[in-house]
Every structure is written in structure tokens, then in C-alpha cells.
Design a protein around this ligand. Sequence first.
Ligand code: 5GP
Length: 132
Amino acid sequence: MASIFTKIIEGEIPSYKVAEDDRHFAFLDINPAAKGHTLCIPKKEIDYIFDLEPNELSALTKFSQNVADGIDKALKPIRTGIIVEGMEVPHAHIHLIPIYKETQAFSLGKKVDVSEDGMIKLAEQIRQNICL
Ligand code: 5GP
């Protein structure tokens, strides 16, 4: 059965998309740890990120770097941190979490409330600042 993230890539489940290329997709996490919390995924459905071929992991990392650059330009956090865990959704993904202050808790799980309109605007702001 297709993973929830494959369904998002295929548009069966809606998402706040921020970027896409032929091998990757990026969208806002629905339980944001911070405003602009973004997930970067390979279109190839694979559970464990370190089961990707080295060139695939490298391409996902480069894609995530470009998305993080867009987040930094759009939202101006101190920096954007990354978390790779994958205990909930069995489809490899990199969490990009903007850090707005040094005391900000840095872990997964919903920590901010963002309205639907807010999510749409955040995705649009990030999308406009990404150069793939
Ligand atoms: P992990 O597998 O690394 O623990 O985290 C999975 C992440 O996927 C969680 O932060 C969760 O909020 C997010 N997530 C789960 N289902 C959906 C969904 O349907 N849409 C979006 N945008 N994010 C999801």
C-alpha cells in the first residue's frame, strides 16, 4: 500500500507544497514544531533514509539544502535545523525546522498553531524563495 507521503506526492491527499523536482517533493508538516516546518522527501518510496543509494541520499540532501535556503530567505530564522527520525511515517523524510530564538524547543511534535490561511501563506512565501 502506498505511504501517506506517496499519496501526498500524487495529490490524493492535499498538502501545502513548497517545492518539487523530478525526484523530490517538499511540503509543510501538518504538526509544525515551528512556523515553516517543512518535510523533504524522495518520490521513491523507501522507509529508512540510509537505505537510499548514496547518490539518492546526496540528491535529497541537496534538494533539502535548496529548500532550507528558501526558508531562510523567506522567514529569516536564526538558522534552519534538521531532524531525521522517521518513526511515524515509513517514507524517508528530512524535517527542516526554522529556529527563531536560541531558547526554542527543538524536537518534533506540534508546538505552534498555524491557521489554514497561515499555512497557505507560509508555503507561498517559501516557494517564492526557493531556487532549485
Ligand atoms: P517522523 O516519521 O519523522 O516521526 O515524522 C513524521 C511527520 O509527518 C510528523 O511530523 C507528522 O506531523 C507529519 N505528517 C504525518 N502525516 C502527515 C500528513 O498527512 N500531512 C503532512 N503535511 N504531514 C504529516
